[in-house]
Design a protein around this ligand. Sequence first.
Ligand SMILES: *Cc1c(COP(=O)(O)O)cnc(C)c1O
Length: 940
Amino acid sequence: MTVEQFADRHIGPGPDDERRMLEAVGHGSIDELMDAAIPEVIRWHGTLDLPAPATEREAIAELRALAARNTVAVSMIGLGYHGTHTPAVIRRNVLENPAWYTAYTPYQPEISQGRLEALLNFQTMVTDLTGLATANASMLDEATAAAEAMTLARRASKSRSTVYVVDADALPQTVAVLAGRAEPLGIEVRVVDLAVEELPAEFFGLHLQYPGASGAVRDHAPLVAAAHAVGALVTVAADLLALTVLRAPGRIGVDIAAGTTQRFGVPMGFGGPHAGYLAVRAGLERMLPGRLVGVSRDAAGNPAYRLALQTREQHIRREKATSNICTAQVLLAVMAGMYAVYHGPDGLRRIAWRTHEMAVRLAAGLRAGGVRVDDVAFFDTVTAVVPGGAARVVAAAQARGVNLRLVDADRVGVSCDETTTVAHLAAVWAAFGVDPVDGDVERALPAALTRDGDFLTHPVFRSHHSETAMLRYLRRLADFDYALDRGMIPLGSCTMKLNATTEMEPVTWPEFAHLHPFAPDAQTAGYRELIGQLEGWLAEVTGYDAVSVQPNAGSQGELAGLLAIRAYHRDRGDTHRDVCLIPSSAHGTNAASAVMAGMRVVVVGCDTDGNVDLVDLDAKIDKHRDALAAIMVTYPSTHGVYETGIASLCAKVHDAGGQVYVDGANLNALVGFAKPGRFGADVSHLNLHKTFCIPHGGGGPGVGPVAVRAHLAAYLPGDPSGARVQGAPAISAARYGSAGILPIPWAYLRMMGAAGLARATGVAVLAANYVAVRLREHFPVLYAGNKGLVAHECILDLRPLSKATGVSVDDVAKRLIDYGFHAPTMSFPVAGTLMVEPTESEDLAELDRFCDAMIAIRVEIDKVASGQWPAGDNPLANAPHTAAMVAGDQWPHPYPRSVGAYPGGVDRAGKYWPPVRRVDGAYGDRNLMCSCPAPEAFEG
Ligand SMILES: *Cc1c(COP(=O)(O)O)cnc(C)c1O
């Protein structure tokens, strides 16, 4: 009896497709192709030791069983993670909707106007609530946002001090992450209890929590003034729900606000993913890390959105980098922004006041029962003092299904949120042994600290409050965008493969969605088993000995891996080893991570075939032998080639005492065929949002596990939750990072099994080579390895054509939109080229549709070259064509409208129409505007 294999659904080409592709590429079988493509020195010939593949039904059943071993308690722990009601219209139409979750980062703005508008809403929400000038489009979590704020303060402050003061009432996980980030940079984090202690005489920055972890709401104005007086910048980590009723940080001159937007409708997910935020006062916007959405205009002069300051790539500037963040939390930022759109300012205020009133009532009951409650203003969190009895109270509450915060032996923290009910309060009172109280309560915020003035005044926050209006707004924006649900996204290095529905389903189950990251272990057995299995399978796939899923993006995995290397050298007394070699072909984020890990970047050149230049490598090793800490290489390289020199490269670095970091972003070319942990590497990060099917979400979430060999295992990221601090620094705010999306790669590995994974790799390499073969005569393929073969992606060189015709790589990318495609990766890693990565999920028909479009575009370029079409006015220069343009009353162009709108074999009925014409990025950068434009801007 044959069983249906999930691998046959995941992998696009069927047996007939495969045969035809192999024929075109000139190999008899996938094995034969892989034998030819992959250098024998790294080839691994075993079968992955993974459980036999489950069907989709079986995998769901196993996940149900794991979920059943988690306990969903009422969470009143607080500490930056709160219960929240995700509006169902947002859950189904954003979080569970592939139109949103399968989109890529909006680098091609013309096909991304929907999510760009959603992110602009998010930015506007953050700037309005914090009272600051500019907010970016999300950070990975609150703790890493606070860390970015710290380094921003370092760059912007005129103080020469290396001291960063952190108030003792900051979230413990934030303090843990700040300390870990500060140490390699020579920053001293000094925790000071500012409720009772003085500020030091000199410091460059100050971090305050608002409200504090204890719940306390204090007037920070005197501290802000004192910090400014010594040239320090002030960051306030502020709770956005509290800010709907509390004075905005911007009102007292705060420089930076950082935090999380989790409680705006995003489930806790046992730690993530949620969107962190970062906002700055006027004058600091060009120093802001992360992605920033701004308003510009299109070729017709209409307003259009795009990522601002991209041409500048303001933060990832290789060795001058100030931040390594790439993948952020777009999907979650979209949700949080939509929560504000759905509720509007009045709804948010109502939720905030109700939450506050619950806390006031809670405190009143405790006091009436004789329990001491800290005598300080609070918003949603109360700290109760029970000398010697805190653990007993916490246990009694747990027995009633409520989790409280055990502050220390004498104190218990209780946080209220949107989901708190009177029954929950009754359970808490019972745990403290006091009687319930009822009756009306008075709001109890000091007048001086309450908010004045309106917020979220833009019409978008006041127009979509009915279910119908909200549904249609979400549909309208989704329709603006091109995601994997429309067609192929052949982005090199990004691995835009299928995200199967079965993989996605568990994410919104309550047993995975509603767990607090600091919930007691007894309630999280299912999660921890799932994570343990996933880490074990990833170790098997990569050949490493230990894996941590804590890093919540590839960039964070890089930093974690480099910090492990650094700690290893230091423990062996090699404190002077601080040079990190990085090939010139590397992703910019590699160098940025090295800088953040306190290393000096030394660039190694590439030879004319695109391989790491081993002669230059020898020279650089010789020059830095005693200081060599590591080399960081991507394998296969970002040139899309399996380099044969990799094994000798590893040996050379090891001989000089350095460690080898292999960037695992391209693991989709290795799984089942080679293991970095076996061919000489010491550490890698993986991108679960590339190779292992977590969808890109329009630019996040992601997960970037770090995998190491045994000698580095002790240096994997530590647990940031105060209770169990370990030796190594934490890399994100939660022990398991973005745990909420780990069921996705778990399901992928569980359903693919060893044979399915290896076949996926083989078909991915076959597909890339098929595209290379079909396009080679039209666009030169820049690099190839063994026998002229590429790995899982190929670089098409447009430079000679551009030089001869003036048609740019941008023109080709935009023209592909008219043909119904998302452009390949543009100008990375080589300017003027396109990098194509088809992945194993696209079938032959889609691959051919793409190749046909590229070939047709080549014919169009020839028409420009021959003068048939003028250089400045042709379908390439004018691409993309909007419906408004081709249906307009004027058509002054020297080619028919149909050529503009329906080139090649474009499906006329199902055509994707971009909502705007080509976006002028430079205009928007000169006239920086990063919040929602007034509706009048769209008139005419
Ligand atoms: C995607 C990528 C990264 C960055 O990973 P994020 O998850 O976006 O932080 C680093 N290196 C390479 C080669 C990549 O392709």
